[in-house]
Ligand binder design. Structure first.
Ligand code: C2E
Ligand code: CA
Ligand code: CA
Ligand code: CA
Length: 278
């Protein structure tokens, strides 16, 4: 690793603080994968009508040995600059499948878990095999796994993205479109994909019911999604007012701090057993 050290000495003087941070975070993320410094939290998804937990989203967490907790909003974009995001994604897939197996063996009535898949990862032809292998190795039903993808993945899809998505669908894995409303939100390209769920971005939810425009946009998104046979989930629900509004507009599922923050696997297990949050 002498070369690495030389590079480091050579580059440091030209680096500003940001690129310096990026350089170290990337290096540390590779180590973090080896040393198991990453872990997952699970945020419950709630059915608006029954108020029952119907699923959850796995969210990655990192306790850095020196920096302490580093937010995914900080390190995921850096990981997305390289192949590292695929290594992280593969780690998450395996971890979630192992967790689902564990809950099953413990006699827990499990719910589907969603995983965030970055655009670069979806481009990998190996993704399908990784998912298939992880499900099989842990005897997990594909219907217990959901992939959350963003529109970036679908804007200029190549043949392999289409074929990966089709194969995943055939296998029984669920597919949801994350952060809906902030990107292109083009209905035409959405129609080409076998989606199950649209997740309305939290930036819309945070402004209802006060902002009239956002309220109108949300109602039409819900109506449109239902017209297309899609389930609709609102993310970032923090207040009773927002919940009431979404109930009135027939939103199917919600996720947000009003019901629960992302919680540890043990805490989520307790919620599944007792049927109660917090
Ligand atoms: P996202 O996929 O949109 O995830 C939802 C984010 O909103 C999470 O932030 C969650 O903690 C937060 N959130 C949930 N409910 C509320 C609420 O009521 N109010 C507010 N203000 N926020 C809420 P988190 O965990 O910090 O993750 C940030 C982003 O990092 C995620 O956004 C996702 O894009 C990315 N990310 C997280 N975990 C993974 C992962 O395992 N793989 C990949 N590729 N990306 C991930
Ligand atoms: Ca997500
Ligand atoms: Ca989101
Ligand atoms: Ca996001």
């Amino acid at each position: 690793k002498i070369d690495g050290k030389d590079n480091y000495k050579h580059y440091i003087p030209e680096m500003n603080e940001d690129s310096h941070n990026i350089y170290f975070l990337e290096k540390d993320m590779r180590l973090a994968l080896e040393k198991e410094e990453f872990y997952l939290e699970y945020q419950p998804k709630i059915d608006v009508k029954t108020k029952k937990v119907i699923g959850c989203e796995a969210l990655i967490r990192w306790t850095h040995p020196k920096r302490g907790i580093v937010s995914p909003a900080q390190f995921i974009p850096i990981a997305e600059e390289s192949d590292l995001i695929c290594d992280i994604g593969n780690w998450v897939i395996k971890k979630v499948c192992k967790q689902l197996k564990k809950w099953h063996l413990e006699g827990i009535n499990t719910v589907p878990v969603s995983i965030n898949i970055s655009a670069q990862h979806l481009l990998k032809t190996s993704l399908l095999d990784t998912i298939f292998t992880a499900l099989k190795a842990n005897h997990v039903s594909p219907s217990l796994l959901e992939l959350e993808i963003t529109e970036t993945s679908l804007i200029q899809p190549n043949q392999s993205v289409f074929s990966t998505i089709r194969s995943l669908k055939k296998l029984g894995v669920k597919l949801s479109l994350d952060d809906f409303g902030v990107g292109y939100s083009s209905l035409t390209h959405i129609r080409k994909f076998p989606l199950d769920t649209l997740k309305i971005d939290k930036s819309f939810i945070s402004k209802v019911p006060t902002e009239k425009d956002d309220a109108v946009i949300i109602s039409s998104i819900i109506e449109m999604a239902h017209g297309l046979g899609l389930t609709i989930l609102a993310e970032g629900v923090e207040t009773e007012e927002q919940l009431l509004f979404l109930e009135e507009k027939n939103c199917d599922h919600i996720q947000g701090f009003l019901f629960s923050k992302p919680i540890s696997n043990d805490h989520f297990k307790q919620a599944l057993i007792s049927g109660e949050l917090i």
